[in-house]
Write a protein that binds this ligand. Sequence first.
Ligand SMILES: NC(=O)c1ccc[n+]([C@@H]2O[C@H](COP(=O)([O-])OP(=O)(O)OC[C@H]3O[C@@H](n4cnc5c(N)ncnc54)[C@H](OP(=O)(O)O)[C@@H]3O)[C@@H](O)[C@H]2O)c1
Length: 227
Amino acid sequence: MRDVGMTVVGVSRRQPAVPSPIDAPPPLGESAGAFHFYPVDLTDDTKTMDMVKRVSETHGPISLLIHAAGLNRNSLLLRSGRDTIEEVLNTNLTSPLLLTKHALRDGGLMKAKDPACVIFVGSTVGVYGNPGQVGYAASKGALDSICKSLAKEYSAKTGVRFNVIAPGLIEGPGMGASLRPEDQKQWADASCIRRLVTTDEVADGVLFLASNSGINGHTLVVDGGRQ
Ligand SMILES: NC(=O)c1ccc[n+]([C@@H]2O[C@H](COP(=O)([O-])OP(=O)(O)OC[C@H]3O[C@@H](n4cnc5c(N)ncnc54)[C@H](OP(=O)(O)O)[C@@H]3O)[C@@H](O)[C@H]2O)c1
């Protein structure tokens, strides 16, 4: 996104080493192509709304919203407590809904010209299911119906599109790194390309969804094909 001159704002809970632009926002227009980090817990609705307002006031209207924050707490349903299930659903399901609401209402997304879209990072676990990940699968699978519904609610009026990118297991650091090598191999063997997908392949899928103005309410699976 930065390569095409977009200002990119990253959000997660951990405080960056450099001062946050929340403390010292640069004047509008000075930050094209730049990267800014805002430390926010996306399960905190008020702080998320404040962040969206600050981002659009500081950097201009949001034109592309990508929700990638995610959490998994692997355990069989019979061993899962309510707190664990709610923690996963709050992060993976409620937070993308509320972030989208704030971006549409307070972040200028409804007025955005290009690309004017929202992309949720789902997972093939939400498409095919996976034992030990019932809550995670529910949260990721629901993103598809959320996009289809949001497209019906807002696309005609605003031109904003809503899509999901659903990666298979991604090689390298991230959630997949916590899996045992034999489990990673099982994921690779289940793919027609007999390997895990790369972050570049997933990022290319995101760029494709962002740039193709005809795709709306769709889940794009990036897993090499499933055996
Ligand atoms: N890696 C894979 O194989 C894979 C496959 C399919 C889908 N995905 C999806 O891809 C996305 C990224 O996964 P990953 O592998 O990069 O996982 P990861 O390394 O665990 O990163 C998750 C990110 O989400 C942020 N986050 C979590 N809870 C948050 C909250 N409440 N508020 C703000 N930020 C929060 C984390 O930052 P903080 O902890 O600092 O907040 C972290 O930056 C997730 O949605 C995941 O479900 C991953």
